[in-house]
Design a protein around this ligand. Structure first.
Ligand code: ME8
Length: 515
């Protein structure tokens, strides 16, 4: 297949169990991957865990366990979450894999051969929580004399001999690249932040550590392991078979990451790739942060939410739909149990679910499940199919632009059009008065519901697949949208709709507070 589309999430630190922010990122990436597969793209979707670095070493020490054991255990929870949330990744990468060591050492060697690495003494501020170096001018004073990074995390003074990467050489090449590729960093606000940062001047980056050994060893430099971000970013190349068996997926189409790590992806990563003479990814999208009832989540406040628990309480698809519909993609957004329940009920249960359930169960009961006869071309029927087609077109173009919330708003316009049509046409009342017209109305609805279900499959994959299975229409791509040849074929084959079970249950607020 041609037209590759390589999409990645950040790889997540397994220094604890996954939280709702990790789930959000995987769900968004999964919906985009599924959407592109439906559009006929040759998708490769990678997620995984980022297992090296001082943060992992310190967490393991605090818990009194070996760091590799901590990584194995916690990475397992992330992998479990992939299954539970129906994340269709093609590869779950762990940075402890030998293949990833080979890729990290290969890019290192390429950067060294380019003359961009040199040994020197590093003295400066380091945040273990962010695994990041900061300059004095970026810091603020916290309580008790603690110095804080721009992310609000404590920094500590570090002094050791390290390898440096000549980031300062890449200021102009990066600025030229951003100018030539205005869509490289999205959304616009993130792009502006990056431009300001790079325009302010770049200092060389410390890229090895000698004070611990939990990392990828540096070739020909005993005692040095790679700075965790060098190996972490390289995971995207490992997934593309670099260096020994490169496949056709590199360069990536989209790195989907959170707003706090845009600098690593939009400044350091393209500089490393330029140095190693490798192609640059097409796009870095920095999504916003999830807030619990408007509050930042942290272990100390105790308001960190377990996504698995939420999925158990309200259903995977309700959670997926809520996150993508209610949060404007690219901005911060807030969630609560009430908001999840309200959104899932209004859009999925009461609008789309009810529409499908009423229509299909009526057909199962009154027409023995046979697809209704097509009408004689009443303009109202054509108008509904046009309205649904336009809603789906709006949905698809917004989705392709990563305006996921707006896409779902457009999709709902198609659902509303169907519900309005039902109210006006009142098919249940036509059963006695005008059965022929009743057939035409129900047949029109079945075609509209089928297209709306195909369109929404990337967002609520299990539910949409169940609904499409009821119509004998599983696994359809975008080319099937608006093409209703299937209807006559299915009628000809004597297809019957079985009495349906409701696909989108009406939710009630859980009595127990999620952990
Ligand atoms: O940064 N809401 O890992 P990480 C939304 N290992 N997204 C959130 C979030 C929240 N409340 N909290 C975190 C790392 N994220 C590195 C990445 S990539 C080569 C290495 C997002 O586990 C965060 O922005 O701290 C990031 O994209 C992802 O979760 C993993 O964060």
């Amino acid at each position: 297949m041609s037209d590759p589309f390589y999409i990645t999430t950040a790889i997540h630190y397994p220094n604890g169990r996954p939280h709702i922010g990790h789930a959000y990122e995987m769900i968004a990436a999964d919906a985009i991957a599924r959407f592109q597969r439906q559009a006929g793209r040759d998708v490769f979707f990678q997620t995984g865990t980022d297992e090296h670095g001082l943060k992992m070493v310190k967490t393991a020490r605090d818990r009194g366990v070996e760091v590799r054991d901590l990584a194995d255990e916690m990475s397992g929870y992330f992998r479990d979450m992939v299954g539970i949330l129906n994340i269709s990744c093609d590869r779950f990468i762990r940075t402890v894999e030998p293949q990833h060591y080979a890729a990290s050492q290969a890019i290192w060697t390429a950067m060294r051969d380019a003359g961009d690495l040199y040994l020197d003494r590093y003295e400066g501020w380091y945040s273990v929580r962010d695994e990041a170096f900061y300059e004095e001018k970026e810091l603020t004073d916290g309580e008790g004399g603690v110095r804080l990074s721009p992310q609000g995390t404590p920094v500590e003074w570090t002094a050791e001999e390290t390898w440096f990467f000549r980031l300062s050489n890449y200021q102009q090449p990066l600025l030229d690249f951003y100018a030539a590729n205005p869509d490289f960093i999205q959304p616009e606000s993130r792009r502006n932040e990056v431009l300001r940062f790079v325009e302010g001047g770049l200092t060389d980056l410390s890229v090895s550590r000698t004070s611990f050994d939990w990392g990828v060893p540096i070739p020909d430099s005993p005692g040095h392991v790679m700075y965790v971000w060098v190996d972490a970013l390289t995971n995207y190349l490992t997934g593309a078979g670099y260096p020994d068996a490169p496949n056709h997926y590199w360069p990536a189409a989209l790195h989907l990451i959170g707003k706090d790590i845009v600098r690593f992806h939009a400044v350091y990563w393209p500089a490393f790739l330029m140095s190693a003479k490798l192609p640059l990814p097409h796009k870095v999208f920095g999504h916003g942060f999830l807030l619990n009832r408007g509050e930042k989540m942290s272990k100390s406040t105790g308001n960190v939410v377990d996504p698995i628990k939420l999925a158990e309480l309200y259903g995977v698809d309700a959670l997926r739909y809520f996150l993508l519909r209610d949060i404007s993609f690219g901005q911060d957004g807030t969630f609560s149990d009430e908001a999840i329940v309200a959104r899932a009920n209004s859009d999925l249960a009461n609008s789309f679910g009810n529409l499908a359930q009423r229509t299909l169960s009526f057909i199962a009961k009154n027409l023995e499940g046979a697809l209704p006869d097509e009408g004689r071309g009443d303009p109202a029927d054509a108008a509904l199919l046009t309205a649904v087609g336009e809603a789906i077109d709006g949905y698809r173009s917004a989705f392709a632009e990563l305006a996921l919330g707006q896409a779902l708003e457009a999709w709902m316009r198609g659902v509303f059009a169907c519900n309005q049509y039902i109210d006006v046409q009142a098919p249940w009342a036509l059963r006695k008065t005008d059965p022929e017209r009743m057939h035409a109305v129900l047949g029109t609805l079945v075609r509209a519901i089928r297209d709306l279900a195909i369109a929404i499959e990337p967002v609520v994959p299990a539910s949409a697949a169940a609904l499409l299975a009821q119509l004998g229409q599983s696994g359809r791509g975008h080319e099937a949208l608006g093409d209703h040849g299937w209807y006559g074929e299915q009628q000809g084959a004597g297809f019957r709709i079985a009495p349906p079970t409701p696909i989108f249950p009406r939710l009630a607020l859980a009595e127990v507070e999620p952990a």
